[in-house]
Design a protein around this ligand. Sequence first.
Ligand code: ZN
Length: 185
Amino acid sequence: MSVLPINIFGDEILRQKAKKVTRIDDNILKFIEDMFETMKFSDGIGLAATQVGKRLQILVADISEVEGYEHTKPMVVINPKIILETGESEMEEGCLSLPTLRVNVKRPEKIRLRYNDIELNEHIEDFEGLQARVLQHEIDHLNGRLIIDYLSKTEKERVKPLLDKMIKREIEVKYPITTYQVISK
Ligand code: ZN
């Protein structure tokens, strides 16, 4: 297993939509193991494939280190689709691709999710609380959406200097990140 470098704000892949997974091979299984390794190493509770360089609809989540969620099993979620949303809750979120930034995000409190497991079997399951929140955050990643997209215009102005620093990698992080690349258009 290896710890993969995490894409940071500014990397184009974070704005791209992930593609459906239609078959699982050894490369994908190895990649999923690496995703878990990377998530643990970075003290994250969720990670989407697009955050570590692959445009595939895969996310991993593990909230068992969080108080009150010790019995929640780690999850591999493939090709997720939210089919029902209820309620609303607001919570502060962070993101491994937006180091040091914390923002309040309003999301549905409960979701019904259709997804595939690692053998591509289909499941429909309801989630709530922190688990629903992490899943929604990671599903956003698979759609090229980030937590800053929930900010108001004024809040966006406020965080812009920090975002500029992220682009230039003028930030300190404890986990491996991708290097700053000038993208020629
Ligand atoms: Zn994130």
